[in-house]
Design a protein around this ligand. Structure first.
Ligand code: ADP
Ligand code: MG
Length: 345
């Protein structure tokens, strides 16, 4: 059987963006993650998130960050356009760097971006509907940026079929906010429209005391009372945070929060190290609660592993694992299972 070769053609911009959206935007919570990361990269001190219909009918993120200059607004929704990365992929200091989120989201939804810088005399707005980019129009708005996403996945019905219940999508959104909020105590976050009426984390001091307050806001005030401080360093890699005493465990690992240079990660190596640290203290079906922060030279970790940027690869995985296991075990031993707040008061 012979078939004539088909002509090779360049895909349209919209199709290219929809392919990227398939990787970056899995569900409404992925959109929230990208938009909130953008707000934080813009130096926001207040981030307001509103959702409806589990995020599928509406997602809105309002920030008071530095905004986007009027002439750059079309670039913000264009593929591979970013203000965060120059020509060096090795030193990433921001949460975003791929210039993919906004064009991807705009290719599968109806997106409106409104932004104003401190210098501009008015705000400007642009819409992207199923990949179709509209003109820039002046509108009235305060300094900062608002991104509104309606009818997510209307342009990719196959993806829409994979959505879970409204409740499940809402709780994934809440989880994303909690994970990000924990690492930014001095930023106020509010979330409305998910079925747990509303969630709000008031801004606290950007110091250790504030961090402990934010941890209590996010993980519940019983956590600091039942956690021990972790503070260790090995070959320039620092580990800090809190880990629960063995009696304060959970039936799943959802309350293990970990950060690499301020970026929330879900990393197998870190999860495995936590399991290893509690091996003798917890039965296999129980899981510790943690808020752990790894700080290391950005060159020693690759965050460009997966489009959603939740996976990382360490240059020396053994060193990181050893640091985490050693630090938690040491803390558990030293504390004699005494709670963090008991030690501090
Ligand atoms: P990335 O974050 O990887 O740069 P995005 O597609 O998420 O890519 O955003 C593209 C660009 O739009 C950003 O680099 C930034 O310059 C601008 N931008 C997006 N959201 C905001 C925001 N909330 N505040 C200020 N600028 C923003
Ligand atoms: Mg981004």
């Amino acid at each position: 059987m012979t078939t004539a070769p088909r002509t090779i053609r360049q895909l349209t911009e919209t199709v290219i963006n929809q392919i990227a959206a398939g990787e970056v935007i899995e569900r409404p919570a992925s959109v929230v993650k990208e938009l909130v990361e953008n707000a934080l990269d813009a130096g926001a001190t207040r981030v307001e998130i509103a959702t409806a219909g589990g995020g599928l009918s509406l997602l809105r993120v309002i920030d008071d960050g530095h905004g986007i200059p009027p002439d750059e607004i079309p670039l913000a929704v264009s593929r591979h356009c970013t203000s965060k990365l120059s020509d060096d992929i090795h030193a990433i200091h921001s949460l975003g760097f791929r210039g993919e989120a906004l064009p991807s989201i705009g290719s599968v939804s109806r997106l409106t971006l409104r932004s104003r810088t401190a210098e501009a005399d008015s705000a400007n707005e642009i819409t992207v509907d199923g990949g179709k980019v509209g003109p820039v129009r002046p509108v009235a708005a305060n300094r900062g940026t608002t991104v509104e996403v309606r009818d997510l996945f209307y342009a990719t019905p196959a993806r829409l079929k994979f959505m879970k219940s409204e409740r499940a999508e809402s709780s994934a959104i809440t989880d994303v906010i909690k994970r990000i909020a924990l690492a930014y105590p001095d930023v106020r976050f509010s979330l409305t429209g998910t079925d747990r009426s509303s969630t709000e984390f008031a801004a606290v001091a950007p110091d250790g005391e504030g961090l402990l307050q934010r941890i209590a806001q996010v993980l519940g005030k019983e956590f600091p009372e039942n956690a021990i401080p972790i503070d260790a360093e090995r070959e320039g890699i620092a580990l800090s945070g809190y880990a629960s005493i063995p009696s304060f465990s959970r039936g799943n690992a959802l309350n293990q929060f970990a950060y690499v240079n301020g970026r929330p990660v879900r990393d197998k190596l870190i999860a495995g190290a936590i399991r290893g640290a509690y091996m003798d203290a917890l039965p296999r079906d129980r899981h510790a609660v943690t808020a752990l922060f790894l700080t290391l030279d950005p060159e020693l970790v690759d965050v460009n592993v997966h489009p959603a940027k939740a996976d990382v690869r360490f240059r020396d995985p053994g060193l990181v694992r050893g640091l985490i296991v050693g630090a938690i075990r040491h803390a558990l031993e030293m504390s004699g299972m005494r709670a963090a707040t008991t030690g501090a008061s």
